[in-house]
Write a new protein. Sequence first.
Length: 396
Amino acid sequence: MFTKNKSTTLMIFLFFSFSTITITGNYLPVYFRDIGLPTSQIGLLLAVGPLAAILTQPLWGFMSDRWRSTKKTLIVCIAGAIAVSIALFQVQSFIAFVVVMFLFFCFLSPINPLAESLALKTATEEGRTFGSIRMWGAFGFGLTALISGYIFAVIGIQNILYPFLFFGFFTFLISLKISDIKTTSKKQVTLMDAVKLGADAKIMGFLLLVMFISVTHRTNDNYLGIHIVQLGGKESLIGLATFIGIMVEVIVLATSWLWFRKFHEFFFIGLSGLIYALRWFLMSVITTPEMILFLQLFHGVAFGLFYLAAFQYVTKILPKELQATGHVFFITIVFGLSGMIGSLAGGSIIENFDSFVLYRVLGYSALIGSTSIFLYYIILANQEDKVVSNPSSIGS
């Protein structure tokens, strides 16, 4: 069926895998609100997913490197997520939600990080840009967000399980057709290698700084729907807003070959932080839900710049044999830990103040992250200059 090349099948897989994530990512908070959970409990539940990701994503990445097969790992994760999802939307008590949510995201959260790691390897092998493959995931995410918004307006958010199973089923079928990329490294990956990677000061320092930016993105992912509803908007507007932002992201990713290599990755990360800050400050003062549609134009630009640059920089400093482990670890910290912090803090801020205050806080956080990454780049550049001017200092 899919025989042209490895990237074609992977593009189709990314389209459906991101579509599956859209259902839970965009509409779980609305679903929890619809069944009567208070905002504080919603925040706790939304933090369970990132917690599961933090604890299990690096393990799945390690297993992918250990088995030297991203495909096998993806098949296991997709099958597990589908199985647990049936229980997720049947439970009633808050404690049961916590337990099942944790199990659900143990399987769901590694799918896209592993697929993106495979996309980068496939792009390198076929001489393509990473953005040209990754954009199909973004396109699937945006198109599904748009369609599902109107679907839920008709069938009701309480039937969220059915569209999730629909996209999950096709994701599983296509996972059987994707191809692994053979690693050139003959070194057998051990658990100690993965532990050492997590203790690398250069990697951790970079990830902690960009978290000031990524935490704002993840918080908005969780609470954009609630912000729209508080402004008087309907569920269909959530999907339309997401679609607009994602389509701009697709354009940014598709044209990355034109602009991406002209400057250092840190330039684009810092610039994205400034765009995020402007967006959040504007979100904190708008008065109608329709104004969010205009501000969603900033989403694709900011996230496209941030993600491509950060992912590419981490790839540069990772050992070849630990690419999958490192990529999943990157996403675990930058999106998993950020998501947990954003869920807990965002829910608390909304409960005690409102969503307008939340977006002001996000604006300051993005501004701090942007400033920090520029300063970090200056420090690294000065250190490299010292090494070049005094080679004898290497290893001293």
